[in-house]
Design a protein around this ligand. Sequence first.
Ligand code: ATP
Ligand code: MG
Length: 318
Amino acid sequence: MINVDNLSKFYGNVEAVRGISFDVEEGEIVGFLGPNGAGKSTTMKILTGYMPASSGSAHIAGFDVSQDPLNVQKNLGYLPENNPLYPEMTVSAYLDYSASIKGLSSSEKNSAIGSVIEKCGLENVRSRVIGHLSKGYRQRVGLAQALVNDPPVMLLDEPTSGLDPAQIVEIRNLIKELKGNRTIMLSTHILPEVNMVCDRVVIIHQGRLAAAGELDALADSMNEKNRTFLSVVGEEDKFSEILKGIDGVENVRLRGIKNGEVHYEVDSEKDLRANLASVVYEKSGKLTEIRKESITLEEIFVKIVSGETGSIEENVDE
Ligand SMILES: Nc1ncnc2c1ncn2[C@@H]1O[C@H](COP(=O)(O)OP(=O)(O)OP(=O)(O)O)[C@@H](O)[C@H]1O
Ligand SMILES: [Mg+2]
């Protein structure tokens, strides 16, 4: 539903996007990640058809963003970064205006506006002036505006940025509800949000594609080590040395002692959970937990941004 092929964008001499390609399939929610200045908003603006690419192409719902902007806009809902609204308008007047811009007829408008007001929980504020609403409600209005033409594809540029934790949860739930069979691409700097909301991620760095895929697959591909977490009943560290002696164990870290349990982290070339568990058992240790620990999205992100991964080395070319 979103197809990006070798897209580049120059602002003057600055190449903000450098030949990125990726696809988002129908019904997916994809997290679009990258540090400040990576080119996320630039890419999204090109995808909306409002700003031309310098080279390459992009399609939304099969329509070329530069050749067929009207059809692209029909199929697209866009929540821009910083959610620009008209603060002096009332919620319903603004949604009416947005629906007109998107080409809805007078008869279509009423039911469309009623439906987004309900979906976005705006019933109680429909007659209020936007400038008087809290940031969370303004964000709902932004989402309602993006949704008013019932588009199959949505691009949301940092939809939860600047909201308080309770509002973040609300907006996040709203986005999940909007999904249905819609295709959604959202950018964010809140990485746990990606775990909660997204099926897949696309990570860009310095205008280039740094990584893309399902979170688990990405974590597996970036895990050089098997990391195992173990918890053993006790008040002191009795197992660090014993675990270090096990064939294949490369490193053991004492993570802490808490509530009568000692926590260890073990690095090994392959998955040694069964061996670790039986050695603890043989030494009369009471194992309360053993689990494989995956690299977190934060760790993946930091590796990419600090240039630790192969795909990124070649990106740092200036
Ligand atoms: N209108 C513009 N004119 C010139 N340079 C621009 C313009 N907009 C963005 N840039 C530059 O292009 C690069 C990418 O910016 P972009 O806003 O796409 O990044 P981003 O990934 O959305 O960052 P953030 O996480 O901070 O929102 C940056 O170096 C930025 O300074
Ligand atoms: Mg941005």
